[in-house]
Write a protein that binds this ligand. Structure first.
Ligand SMILES: NC(=O)c1ccc[n+]([C@@H]2O[C@H](COP(=O)([O-])OP(=O)(O)OC[C@H]3O[C@@H](n4cnc5c(N)ncnc54)[C@H](OP(=O)(O)O)[C@@H]3O)[C@@H](O)[C@H]2O)c1
Length: 444
């Protein structure tokens, strides 16, 4: 496509003079990408074989003041000016959200354009459909920035780990929740005030639900799992719990038992099933992931050949995401230049299915509020025992003399989730229990 083979096998002539880029979105990441395209133009052209030329940029509001100066003729609020632009080869989708981003990507693929996107929601919900569409139209679709921003993950899974069987992924892929949990652990603050502080610092959105409910992490887990296990899972396949129920005292009890609390995205393969879950966990303090603090991300991958790998770095920010977006652009641009078609492969492993959450077997931490009187512990132990759950340690904490209540903290031996859920509902009915205040799974 980009070069011609002359007589004698010599590459003689460039047909294309440039690779045309259409940018959808000029927000945090879009601005970063547009800036790097300008400031690193020579270096990028050298790597791509041809200059990368920004043809058009889509925004919602063309009159908005921008931190980047672009020729007004470059900026449009009409998607067709990019999606049907004859000189746009690569569409970079940085609008975010499910719609209209999904439709823009479909239209671009259908008109034969290659796609680079940072959109985890679109890739988690519609990835398989988009790969099929790309294949049908002989176009490429890349999404390195969608998980871990600038941390190389997608290409590592697609290429560098291709010969491995992946057995497990443990990931901290949401900087907002990791920042909140780190602050709560280090400062002893409660959840609500830590969230407010994170919002003030710009680490959490005004509507933080996507982050604190684990939705964002679930999207990223789906993307990584589909690469690792060659599946077409969707966010609905992920069991999910957020972090809003965690209290400052859970961190001190966790520490007493030798654990840290993290929101982990976990995928584990057991023969032909994969468990996929996002929820807060107790992890031993000496685990590498326990030491990943603040807005940092880390993804630990267990493989048969390469062993255990940990990918670590900053999971957000204009330049971090631009690094991944432009790596994808360069990969596609090089293929265009060399006249190579790189259509995504769709070799699914049809035998793999999602493991029901009720089949999970793990240890549990329980925090209960109970009347401070004899016989309470015996009743609690009986409920757990009746459900085949053995207690590994129990401590009575913080007796409230006026109210005559106590906090009881229990660590169990490994038990089935199904049994634990049954025990929890029985404990909630027990007159000897005022409240089941928290319940956190342990990951070892
Ligand atoms: N921020 C990060 O650090 C980061 C890191 C990795 C991946 N990502 C992903 O990158 C993508 C972009 O994130 P961002 O933080 O750059 O978002 P953002 O700051 O909210 O920017 C979104 C841009 O898209 C434009 N836009 C939104 N809806 C539109 C519509 N319906 N039609 C036309 N234009 C529309 C907006 O236009 P106006 O400017 O006119 O409002 C804005 O320029 C998301 O998928 C995000 O998950 C972000």
């Amino acid at each position: 496509m980009g070069s011609k083979q002359g007589s004698g096998g010599k590459v003689t002539q460039q047909v294309k003079k440039a690779i045309g880029i259409g940018l959808l979105g000029l927000g945090t990441v879009g601005t970063g990408v547009a800036e790097v395209l300008a400031t690193k133009a020579d270096g990028l052209a050298e790597q791509a074989g041809l200059p990368l030329v920004l043809r058009k940029v889509l925004v919602r509001d063309v009159n908005k003041r921008r931190s980047i100066k672009l020729a007004p003729s470059l900026v449009t609020d009409r998607p067709d000016e990019i999606l049907a632009h004859p000189e746009v080869d690569i569409v970079i989708e940085l609008v975010g959200g499910e719609y209209p981003a999904t439709e823009y990507i479909k239209q671009a693929l259908a008109s034969g354009k290659h796609i680079v996107t940072a959109n985890k929601e679109v890739m988690a919900k519609h990835g398989y459909e988009l790969f099929s569409l790309a294949k049908r139209h002989n176009t490429d679709i890349r999404y390195e920035a969608s998980v871990g921003s600038g941390i190389p993950l997608i290409s590592a899974f697609q290429q560098d780990l291709a010969a491995n069987s992946i057995s497990a992924i443990h990931a901290i892929v949401n900087g907002t929740t990791n920042y909140i949990l780190t602050q709560m652990a280090q400062e002893g603050l409660d959840f609500a005030s830590t969230l407010k502080q994170a919002q003030k610092l710009g680490y959490a959105e005004a509507d933080p639900a996507n982050d604190i409910e684990g939705i964002d992490a679930a999207y990223k887990l789906v993307i990584l799992s589909n690469l690792a296990f060659r599946t077409k899972f969707t966010p609905q396949d992920v069991y999910r719990e957020g972090i809003s129920n965690i209290a400052a005292r859970d961190f001190s009890y966790a520490r007493e038992f030798g654990y840290a609390i993290k929101l982990l995205a976990i995928a584990k393969r057991d023969r032909d099933t994969v468990e996929m879950r996002v929820h807060p966990v107790f992890i031993p303090q000496d685990f590498q992931l326990a030491k990943v603090d603040g807005v940092y991300n880390a993804v630990e991958v267990e493989t048969d050949l390469a062993g255990k790998l940990v990918f670590y770095g900053e999971g957000a920010g204009a330049l971090r995401a631009s690094s991944a977006v432009l790596a994808d652009v360069l990969a596609i641009a090089r293929n265009i230049y060399r006249g190579v078609n790189n259509v995504p492969e769709l070799r699914l492993n049809e035998t793999v299915s999602v493991k029901p959450m009720s089949d999970l077997k793990t240890r549990y931490y329980l925090r209960l509020n109970a009347p401070d009187r004899p016989g309470v512990l015996a009743q609690i132990s009986k409920v757990l025992g009746d459900n085949s759950i053995s207690i590994s340690s129990v401590i009575q904490k913080e007796i409230n003399l006026p109210a005559q209540t106590a906090i009881i903290v229990i660590m169990t031996y490994p038990a089935r989730e199904k049994a634990m859920q049954k025990a929890l509902s029985q404990l909630k009915q027990l007159p000897e229990v005022n409240e089941v205040s928290n319940f956190i799974r342990v990951e070892e």
